[in-house]
Design a protein around this ligand. Structure first.
Ligand code: NAD
Ligand code: UGA
Length: 458
């Protein structure tokens, strides 16, 4: 069968893999190939042990791989054989030179643009799937159209809004699909081609189109708004701890206002993940670049509050445990940046673990899916660290448990048994507010939630 659409995705990561699996699944007449420079990653995509953990992903891949979904390291053939190219490479924060710590590092993205130019023998639609600074499409167009050989490139922006842990549901039932294009005949035609792909399963009214710069900027703004809500409620959690208000009750009362809405108001040890901090810093950098210092300061404060919240968590632990953690054994329940993923990028757990080790505590790291990544994150960090997957075993002999990821398994644990195996007095620091605090207190724990009065036996 000849494929109706021949689609390539460059970058087989958390976005490229699941997104292309969904397109292949929903568009069986298309042929989808995903390529990457990392051969181990591609080998894992071709194995039964996929490189990322995402609920429902294995089923989707099993239904499509080898049928109309293919994973390969042959980037050259991929570019030559396909007409529609998604670029989904990583765009981390720059760590060197001008803009270090703020701007997006566009080296992977630019390398991809140059590869597309080098290998293309026919016209292509090139789609920015990665999150990029506004105006990146202009640079992409300039690189791609730098040769006069009759090969034509139309660049679209199609940012991805999936969240890890719910990626498959988000891809299957997205709130919206955003496609930005140039308003030229070529741009509009390319846009229609991409609309057709999504229209295989997404209702038309949810596929929105815009000018290309609005599309690029909307992605940064969406993440900034989401992170801002978390920093807002986390800032209020600090005030709650001083005033005996309860942040969950405050969030509930505030979120009942339909203009505000109830989601993304869970106070926590801070947000993590590969994108929130990176994308806000990128926004801040752009604002400063355009001389908008007040706007930059406003958004930068979202990141400052997030770091403050993590440091505050450590200070609360120190204060509660008699101002010394040296030699104490502290169990970290959860290392992933959120539940239902093994991803630990920018996880608050990394910061907390390092700070506890600086205080000369001994730490035991436990997580159902993220221990391999946790090991890599803490490799070379000085101090006593052990890794135990089973949370009950991990808590044995510990002075405290700090809950850093909201995994469901922690809600259903037998806390009486945990209490018996811990060193007394036993402390629970609930960095996600997921436990029944009164119950744990009645068992004997000293309980320190976020943004609520502590329950202590002293
Ligand atoms: P990732 O690091 O998991 O995957 C990126 C992949 O690109 C890697 O496997 C890397 O080897 C590959 N790559 C880099 N340069 C390459 C090249 N020249 N040729 C071929 N492959 C190359 O990153 P990710 O989490 O999938 O994120 C990708 C983009 O999507 C980022 O811009 C991110 O901001 C954005 N995004 C991520 C998420 C998320 O939940 N992770 C959600 C929405 C948007
Ligand atoms: C986020 C956005 O939700 C996605 O729309 C976006 O596509 C993605 O970033 C991206 O661009 O990478 P993700 O980081 O995977 O998705 O996960 P979220 O559910 O947004 O959680 C981010 C962090 O905020 C986690 O550490 C989570 O625990 C924390 N969080 C979330 C809170 O502390 N409180 C909340 O109420 C919600």
């Amino acid at each position: 069968m000849t494929a109706e659409k021949k689609i390539l995705c460059i970058g087989a990561g958390y976005v490229g893999g699941p997104t292309m699996a969904m397109i292949a699944f929903k568009s069986p007449r298309s042929r989808v190939t995903v390529v990457d420079i990392n051969p181990e990653r591609i080998a894992a995509w071709n194995s039964s042990d996929l490189p990322i953990y995402e609920p429902g992903l294995d089923k989707l891949v099993a239904a499509t791989r080898g049928r109309n979904l293919f994973f390969s390291t042959d980037i050259k053939a991929g570019i030559q054989e396909n007409d529609i190219i998604f670029v989904s490479v990583n765009t981390p924060t720059k760590t060197f030179g001008h803009g270090a710590g703020m701007a997006a590092d566009l080296q992977h993205w630019e390398k991809t643009a140059r590869q597309i130019l080098e290998y293309s023998e026919s016209s292509k639609i090139v789609i920015e799937k990665s999150t990029l600074p506004v105006k990146t499409a202009l640079a992409m167009e300039r690189i791609l159209n730098s040769r006069e050989n009759g090969v034509r490139f139309d660049v679209l922006s199609n940012p991805e809004f999936l969240a890890e842990g719910t990626a498959i549901r988000d891809l299957e039932q997205p709130d919206r699909i955003l496609i930005g294009s140039r308003e030229t005949p070529g741009g509009l035609k390319a846009r229609e081609t991409l609309v057709e792909i999504y229209a295989e399963w997404v209702p038309r009214e949810k596929i929105i189109t815009s000018n290309i710069w609005s599309s690029e900027l909307s992605k940064l703004v969406a993440n900034a708004f989401l992170a801002q809500r978390i920093s807002s409620i986390n800032a209020i959690s600090a005030l709650c701890e001083k005033t005996e208000a309860d942040v969950t009750e405050v969030a509930y009362a505030v979120g009942m206002d339909s203009r505000i809405g109830s989601r993304f108001l869970n106070a926590s040890v801070g947000f993590g993940g590969s994108c929130f901090a990176k994308d806000i810093l990128n926004l801040v950098y752009l604002c400063r670049h355009y001389g908008l210092d007040e706007v930059a300061d406003y958004w930068e404060s979202v990141v400052h509050i997030n770091r403050y919240q993590q440091e505050r968590f450590i200070r609360n632990m120190l204060g509660a445990m008699f101002n010394t953690l040296a030699g104490k054994k502290i169990c970290l329940w959860g290392f992933a940046f959120k539940a239902n993923t093994g991803d630990t990028r920018e996880s608050p757990a990394i910061f907390i673990a390092r700070r506890l080790l600086e205080e000369q505590a001994r730490i035991v790291v436990s997580d159902p899916k993220a221990l391999a990544n946790a090991r890599a994150d803490l490799a070379g960090v000085e101090g006593q660290i052990s890794f135990i997957e089973d949370p009950v075993q991990a808590a044995e002999g510990c002075h405290a448990i700090a809950i850093l990821t909201e995994w469901d398994i922690y809600r259903d644990i037998d806390f009486r048994q945990i209490f018996r195996v811990m060193t007394q007095p036993a402390f629970l620091f609930d960095g996600r507010n997921i436990l029944d605090h009164r119950r744990c207190f009645s068992i004997g724990f000293n309980v320190y939630p976020i943004g609520k009065p502590p329950l202590t036996h002293f």
